[in-house]
Write a protein that binds this ligand. Structure first.
Ligand code: F6P
Length: 324
């Protein structure tokens, strides 16, 4: 392996820059040329890349977003699109590709690898933490910290007015952000896609909460939860059935994707970037680098894409006990 290309793809996540930095610097360390591809697979198709050295990635460890930019390319999901990407790979003599992104990005990488026999390594970077084969994805910890910071502030105003707040958090189809930030912020109720408690039970729990003397109530709502109502409809439903309650909604939104990465994400990204380059040099291909029991571990890309990363039921139990 003499030339490696690295790209970020899909939704950006805090810590992606730290991972880019680690890949570029590990390449320099091992005397491998490193190309940064701009705008993910779209940039790969369009030949938008440049060779990068260690000074090109200075001071980015603390920055959110991705200096390589990101994209969700529809064209790349077509065979024609991937042919264009392969043309760039041939033109620049690239031997392997490191993809920092989520499962959609890994699926694209797998196709490219299968069709053109190109070694591909995935580094999980998404705030959603919804990837099999790693306990943490890059960006997840920072997003959790952003959420608890926001919810702590919402709590201040909620208690001052004795209100119920429905707070919507991201996570796509998974409840990791909701469940863990909910516990971290001491939420009274957490609605996640993995467990539909049903609306009557929600009302009952809210009533119980108020009766127990609480002066505010925070309900964290994962964007993918399955009650069949969005966060505004949920709020209306509660107001309709419990008219004595004063209810408000707060959607945290894309703030969860930005900001300076936490130390945990910086270290995870640094370890993952180095591990990805070293894996390629060891002859590994089509694997994802992940964190398992605090060690860097390899998972076949196919398994990382198809495997289901299950929510820890124990956390649901803990949140129930603690919201008494
Ligand atoms: O996958 C990251 C994520 O932020 C999800 O949590 C969310 O559902 C989605 O991306 C939002 O995507 P977009 O930025 O395209 O609106």
């Amino acid at each position: 392996i003499k030339k490696i290309a690295v790209l970020t793809s899909g939704g950006d996540a805090p810590g992606m820059n730290a991972a880019i930095r680690a890949v570029v610097r590990a390449c320099t360390y091992y005397e491998v040329a490193c190309f940064g591809v701009f705008r993910g697979f779209q940039g790969l198709m369009e030949g938008d890349l440049k060779e990068m050295g260690p000074r090109d990635v200075k001071y980015i460890i603390s920055k959110g977003g991705t200096i390589l930019k990101s994209a969700r390319s529809k064209e790349f999901m077509t065979k024609e699109g991937r042919k264009k990407a392969h043309h760039t790979i041939e033109k620049y003599g690239i031997d392997a590709l490191i993809i920092i992104g989520g499962d959609g990005s890994f699926t694209g990488g797998m196709l490219l690898s299968k069709e053109f026999n190109l070694p591909v390594i995935g580094i999980p970077g998404t705030i959603d933490n919804d990837i099999y084969g790693t306990s943490h994805t890059i960006g997840y910890d920072t997003a959790l910290n952003t959420v608890i910071d926001a919810v702590d502030k919402i709590r201040d105003t909620a208690t001052s007015h004795k209100r119920i707040f429905f707070v919507e958090v991201m996570g796509r189809d998974a409840g990791f952000i909701a469940l863990n930030s909910g516990i971290g912020a001491g939420a009274e109720e957490i609605l996640i896609p993995e467990e539909n408690i049903g609306l009557p039970k929600l009302l009952e729990k809210l009533k119980r909460s108020k009766a127990s003397g609480k002066s505010s109530c925070i309900v964290i709502v994962a964007e993918g939860e399955k009650s069949g109502k969005n966060v505004f409809e949920l709020s209306d439903y509660v107001e309709e059935h419990l008219p004595e309650y004063d209810v408000r909604v707060s959607v945290i939104g894309h703030i969860q994707r930005g900001g300076s990465p936490s130390c945990f994400d910086r270290v995870l990204a640094s370890r993952s970037g180095v591990a990805a380059v070293e894996a390629l040099l060891k002859g590994k291909k089509n694997i994802m680098i992940g964190l398992q029991n605090d060690l860097m571990a390899y998972t076949p890309l196919e398994k990382a894409i198809k495997g289901e990363n299950k929510i820890d039921e124990e956390l649901i139990r803990i949140s129930d006990i603690l919201s008494i």
